[in-house]
Design a binder for this molecule. Structure first.
Ligand code: TYM
Length: 341
């Protein structure tokens, strides 16, 4: 297997709702760190993925701009990173088609996200796009020969499938063309849980707004949501082992650690023996201090949507320039005539 690919980071976020604290800690904050490490970074608002379930067109446009504003407000510099919306680079959909013909139906059917999204529903009534979703995701990554993909824990299986698609393509066509991408799942908050139920992931699609912190929440709302977060009556323990079977407590400690750039162990060293009456206000203050500047900058940026669109357009041009030769080569490998230049 080749090791000759230059390191390149790609990741994406669906603009299918507002950004949550889970997106921020599990993805966005780490995207900024990768950019600041000086590796080439490509970040994408995956609007084609968003429409695998119904999206109101005007809302989708608004949420895509708002997510772009969130990226920039959180520290993504559109000059150093490439920031764009997926639909504007046609190669994503084109390579996804090739991958639809490489991947097998059974692989898609085994995806836990597909199973979760269709659980208790009539899967026959879901869109074909939702079923093929992971194939488009593989195309997002491999269109740029990305070698590393920072994501939260919930995307791990999709990244394994991306590797399987690259391996099968390389094998079937007897080439060493697509890299075998490494998932990068790091830090204290790779799985931020709901504030109402420690067994459920914090998600933009949860019907309860109390379950999540949105990057658009104001300081009072953030404080109130942490105050009301479900916990238990025990004080915080001295060691992580003491948080076993206490998912809500563990979640709040992880959130604190990720926001403060500390390890969960260090958080416990500071708060061992203290109850949530002391810990929750400290967490709320920390969250407000870290998130309020981002929220304020987002709303400043949203006052000029044309500027956001211009930034995304520039990003799309740069992304397209990387994608085009890779797509052209993939088509050549699969036997298509290049009849137009
Ligand atoms: P999405 O839009 O659901 O989430 C975007 C990113 O945020 C992470 N994340 C979380 N991390 C920790 N705790 C949480 N509660 C939490 N919720 C979300 C996700 O793991 C993800 O990193 N399929 C992807 C989007 C995508 C993509 C890609 C990602 C499309 N193409 C190519 C990477 C590479 C998704 O739905 O993410």
């Amino acid at each position: 297997m080749s090791t000759s690919f230059t390191p390149r980071i790609f990741s994406g976020i669906q603009p299918s709702g507002g950004l949550t604290l889970g997106n921020y800690l599990g993805a966005l904050k780490r995207f900024v760190q990768k950019q600041d490490e000086g590796i080439e970074t490509i970040y994408c608002l995956v609007d084609l993925h968003a429409i695998t379930v119904w999206q109101d067109p005007e809302r989708l446009r608004h949420q895509t701009r708002e997510a772009a504003a969130g990226f920039i407000a959180a520290g993504i510099d559109p000059k150093r990173s490439i920031l764009f919306n997926q639909s504007q680079v046609p190669g994503h959909a084109q390579l996804a088609w090739i991958f639809n013909c490489v991947a097998r139906m059974g692989w898609m059917g085994r995806m836990t996200q597909w199973k979760d999204k269709t659980a208790g529903k009539n899967a026959e009534a879901e869109s074909l796009g939702l079923f093929a979703y992971p194939s488009l995701m593989a195309a997002d990554i491999l269109l740029y020969h990305a070698t590393h993909v920072p994501v939260g824990e919930d995307q791990k299986q999709h990244l394994e499938l991306t590797r399987d698609i690259a391996i099968k393509f390389n094998h079937d066509y007897k080439v060493d063309f697509f890299p075998i991408t490494e998932p990068v799942i790091e830090g204290a908050a790779t799985r931020v849980m709901s504030l109402r139920d420690g067994s459920k992931k914090m998600s933009k699609s949860d019907p309860s707004d109390q379950s999540r912190i949105n990057l658009t929440d104001d300081a009072d709302t953030i404080a109130q949501k942490f105050r009301k977060a479900r916990t238990d009556a025990e004080p915080l323990p001295e060691t992580l082992a003491g948080l076993k079977d206490r998912p809500e407590a563990r979640n709040l400690v992880n959130i604190y650690a990720a926001l403060a750039d500390m390890s969960p162990e260090a958080v416990l060293a500071d708060y061992a023996g203290k109850g949530f009456g002391a810990f929750k206000p400290a967490l709320a203050d920390l969250a407000v201090a870290k998130l309020s500047p981002i929220t304020a900058e987002m709303s400043r940026l949203m006052a000029d949507p044309a500027e956001i669109d211009r930034t995304l357009g520039e990003g799309a041009d740069r992304a397209d320039a990387i994608a085009q030769p890779i797509l052209a080569r993939a088509m050549e490998i699969t036997g298509m005539i290049r009849s137009r230049r």
